[in-house]
Design a binder for this molecule. Structure first.
Ligand SMILES: [Zn+2]
Ligand SMILES: [Zn+2]
Length: 252
C-alpha cells in the first residue's frame, strides 16, 4: 500500500497488507483503506521506529476504537526498543494519547508485544512471520512470510546486511522486497542514514544465490527513474522491478 521513501501525490510510505487483517509497517499507505478495512486489522508488525513506517498507527487506533469495542486489542509487534520509542515519543500524551490505555486500561485498542530476532510471530490462521536482521540507524528488522512454496521477504530499511543473506540461504525466496532509498550520487547520504544505493544493492543481490522476483522499494519521490536506471545498469541476473502502489504479490 506504500513503497516510497516519502510523500507526494501518488507516493505513499511503507505499508503492506497481508490478507485483510495483518499490517506490515504503518506508513501513509494505510490511509487509503476504508474504515471497514481498517477495523479488520488485528495485527501490526513494525520494522523500526522511523516516522515513515509508524505514523499511521496512532491514527488507526483512533479511527477504529469505537468499531472494535468488545474485540481483542490490535496486537502491535516490534522489537522492545521500537516499542519503547513508541511509548516515549508517540503515545506519550503530548504527540498523541496513549492508546494502549484507551478506551480503558482493561480493554485498550492497542496492545504492544515485543519480539526478538529469529522469532516466528504467530498472526493466526496458520500464518507465521519470521523476524529477520536489518542494519539501520535505529534498531530495525525485516520480515519473512513463509509458505510451502516459497517465502515473501521484506528487508526493511537497511544498509549492507551479511546476516540477512546467511539466513536467506536456507529459505526458498519467491519475492524479495528490498530497499534502495538513494541514487548512487547520494551515496554519502545513504551511508550516513544506513540505507542502500544501487551500487551496494548490486553487491547485496550478488549474495542471493537463488532466482527470485526482486521488488525495489523506498525510492524517494521524483527519483524513481534515476534509481531504476542505475539498477538496470548493474546487469544483475535477477528479475528486478520497482514495487508499485497497489501491487499484489501472491504466495501459493
Ligand atoms: Zn528508517
Ligand atoms: Zn523508511
Amino acid at each position: 500500500m506504500g513503497c516510497s521513501g516519502s510523500i507526494a501525490a501518488g507516493c505513499r510510505t511503507t505499508a503492506f497488507l497481508l490478507d485483510d487483517d495483518v499490517l506490515i509497517d504503518a506508513g501513509t499507505g494505510v490511509t487509503d483503506l476504508s474504515l471497514d478495512q481498517l477495523a479488520r486489522i488485528d495485527h501490526v508488525l513494525l520494522s523500526h521506529s522511523h516516522l515513515d513506517h509508524v505514523l499511521s498507527l496512532p491514527l488507526l487506533a483512533d479511527s477504529v476504537m469505537r468499531r472494535r469495542r468488545g474485540r481483542a486489542p490490535i496486537q502491535v509487534h516490534a522489537l522492545p526498543a521500537t516499542l519503547d520509542a513508541l511509548r516515549a515519543h508517540l503515545f506519550n500524551g503530548i504527540i498523541w494519547p496513549d492508546f494502549t490505555r484507551l478506551p480503558s486500561a482493561e480493554h485498550p485498542v492497542l496492545e504492544l508485544r515485543g519480539f526478538g530476532l529469529g522469532q516466528d510471530v504467530d498472526v493466526g490462521a496458520g500464518r507465521f512471520i519470521e523476524v529477520l536482521p536489518a542494519e539501520h540507524s535505529v534498531p530495525a528488522v525485516g520480515f519473512a512470510l513463509k509458505s510451502e512454496t516459497g517465502a515473501w521477504v521484506f528487508t526493511g530499511d537497511t544498509s549492507p546486511n551479511p546476516m540477512l543473506w546467511q539466513r536467506l540461504k536456507d529459505l526458498r525466496v519467491a519475492h524479495l522486497v528490498i530497499e534502495t532509498a538513494f541514487g548512487d550520487d547520494q551515496r554519502a547520504l545513504a551511508n550516513v542514514s544506513r540505507h542502500l544505493h544501487p551500487m551496494e544493492l548490486g553487491r547485496e543481490l550478488a549474495q542471493l544465490t537463488q532466482p527470485a522476483q526482486v521488488h525495489i522499494t523506498h525510492i524517494k519521490p521524483g527519483e524513481l527513474e534515476l534509481v531504476m536506471g542505475q539498477i538496470a545498469a548493474l546487469g544483475s541476473p535477477h528479475r528486478i522491478q520497482a514495487l508499485s502502489l497497489g501491487q499484489v504479490m501472491e504466495l501459493r
